[in-house]
Unconditional design. Structure first.
Length: 146
């Protein structure tokens, strides 16, 4: 006989002993509590990600470092991603290709590289704030050299 409250194909008694905690989730109050927790975590995550983006957006390198970062992206990154950042050995780094990608993920790729690919880690040369500044500017349209 199958359990009438879940898809467990064992007997109702086996289901009750094996899934004593999980079977409580069959009750509507427990489902509502679980849903409330999921929504709360999703809201907190959204606020956390927004604050990270705001922190990165507020970072502004001094003019000399800004020029060095622009040169690094145009020359060093451009050697694989194309001097116009339209792609080459690596993918294009244009706003339309990066706009929907998470800042955190792209920042991690810059800092840690991609093992098993030609993408090297840049963390010896960049801080996390600088990598985030690069990502945000790539997503907007990277500035030219000055």
């Amino acid at each position: 006989m199958n359990c009438t409250k879940c898809t467990n194909r064992s007997s109702a008694n086996a289901c009750n002993t094996k899934r004593s905690v999980a079977r409580k989730m069959h009750d509507p109050p427990h489902r509502l509590h679980l849903l409330a927790n999921i929504l709360l975590l999703a809201s907190a995550s959204s606020l956390f990600n927004t604050s990270l983006a705001a922190d990165a957006a507020s970072y502004s390198p001094d003019p000399a470092r800004r020029n060095a970062l622009i040169n690094m992206v145009r020359q060093d990154c451009g050697s694989c991603h194309g001097l116009m950042l339209k792609g080459g050995l690596g993918p294009a780094l244009l706003p339309e290709t990066l706009r929907d990608k998470p800042v955190e993920s792209l920042t991690a790729t810059i800092l840690q590289g991609r093992p098993g690919t030609p993408m090297p880690p840049w963390n010896p040369f960049l801080t996390e704030a600088e990598a985030e500044w690069i990502v945000i500017n790539l997503q907007k349209g990277f500035p030219g050299e000055r």
